[in-house]
Design a protein around this ligand. Structure first.
Ligand code: ZN
Length: 370
């Protein structure tokens, strides 16, 4: 089972040869390195590390050294300077820092991710500025595009055209208070960008929807280890801190993140359907999901379950097989959510992203048949 992501059914526009399709998006502490190293090594996943403010060059060196010590290399590692989020974020046409690119090269990464500023709604000058600067930084540069969601919901064609004209690989990150791809218009815009792109487009700092994005042509996608790394929140909502969210885990049968309390209550209320709650990942080992107790167990289980889902949805060699398989998975999970609600009496609403991806597939099909 090891290395199953390496070289398998590559995107039409691979980021680089043998790039894994699935990455883990984690924080920038040594603890994050330790918690993800064996997982990524065993599963052949890549890692994106989002760094906090401070001396990022020194931090990068420390993290790179430790990751290399634990896994033997840095080939599938990206470092996200994370300048686009939180209080005092950089925005608009702020310059990219070539020294940040050099620091990643010196550390030994395969690709260097730009320290891009936040891209506000409709700011075409800023988009041109970021892409233009990145063109001069070298062929091993991946352009971070942390965008206001309007770039997908309203300006997807402008974005796709600009990316294609620049002709360099880009990695999208999406701003939203909750799940950006729970919005139909955002998924429709993302599918439009992916199907129009003639260069490598990836999706970082996201959720299970990365599987859908890859199915529709993204080169790779990075699933966050915690909710703050599954999107980035608007600046006004990002500065506070202090709120510690309750632990959630991915429920494979309904493709929904639920809190551990909710999962435990549902398992107790649904004794006739163990198949909805049993998981064969390394953490659960064939038991029901109520064996998950800690944050680390929750995200390891969630990532392994999403990898398993991706294994099925992305098994097809052709893009239409993959997008159909993803739609089929979304439709099936939507039904299971309704059934859990009916059988347990609990509120078990299907996650909005399931319907959003189904609608986007419908729209794409209509366009293809016109
Ligand atoms: Zn599990």
């Amino acid at each position: 089972m090891g290395q199953r992501w390496l070289g398998k059914t590559p995107s039409l526009y691979e980021l680089y040869p043998a790039c894994p399709e699935l990455f883990v998006h984690t924080g920038g502490t040594l603890r994050d390195v330790h918690e993800t190293a064996d997982l990524t090594k065993a599963q052949g996943m890549g890692v994106v590390m989002s760094l906090n403010r401070g001396d990022q060059h020194e931090r990068l060196k420390v993290l790179a050294r430790e990751h290399r010590r634990l896994t033997g290399g840095l080939e599938h590692v990206l470092f996200d300077a994370n300048r686009y989020s939180g209080a005092n974020r950089r925005s608009g046409s702020a310059p990219l820092d070539g020294r940040w690119i050099d620091a990643q090269r010196r550390a030994g990464t395969r690709m260097a991710l730009t320290d891009s500023p936040y891209l506000p709604s409709g700011d075409r000058d800023a988009l041109r500025s970021i892409l233009g600067q990145a063109q001069g930084l070298g062929g091993d540069v991946l352009v971070a595009l942390p965008v206001h969601l309007n770039w997908l919901t309203r300006d997807a064609d402008v974005l796709a055209t600009a990316i294609n004209e620049a002709g360099i690989p880009v990695a999208l990150m999406l701003e939203h208070a909750k799940d950006p791809l729970g919005l139909q218009s955002a998924v429709i815009g993302l599918v439009r960008v992916l199907t129009r792109a003639t260069v490598s487009v990836s999706l970082l700092r996201s959720d299970v929807s990365v599987v859908g994005a890859i199915a529709w042509g993204a080169s790779m996608g990075a699933v966050g280890t915690e909710s703050s790394l599954r999107h980035f929140v608007p600046a006004k909502q990002g500065g506070g801190g202090g709120h510690w969210p309750s632990i959630s885990a991915f429920v494979p049968s309904s493709m929904a993140y639920r809190t551990l309390d909710t999962i435990n209550a549902a398992i107790a209320a649904d004794p006739d359907h163990p198949e909805r709650w049993v998981c064969r990942c390394d953490v659960c080992a064939g038991a029901t999901l109520d064996v998950i107790h800690s944050n680390v167990q929750a995200y390891r289980h969630s990532l392994l379950a999403i990898a398993e889902l991706a294994d099925h949805a992305l098994a097809g060699l052709w893009d239409f097989e993959r997008s159909l398989a993803w739609s089929s998975a979304c439709r099936h999970a939507h039904t299971i959510n309704d059934e859990v609600h009916a059988d347990t009496g609990m509120k078990w609403r299907p996650p909005a992203y399931l319907g959003a991806w189904l609608k986007a597939a419908q729209m794409a099909d209509i366009k293809l048949t016109i």
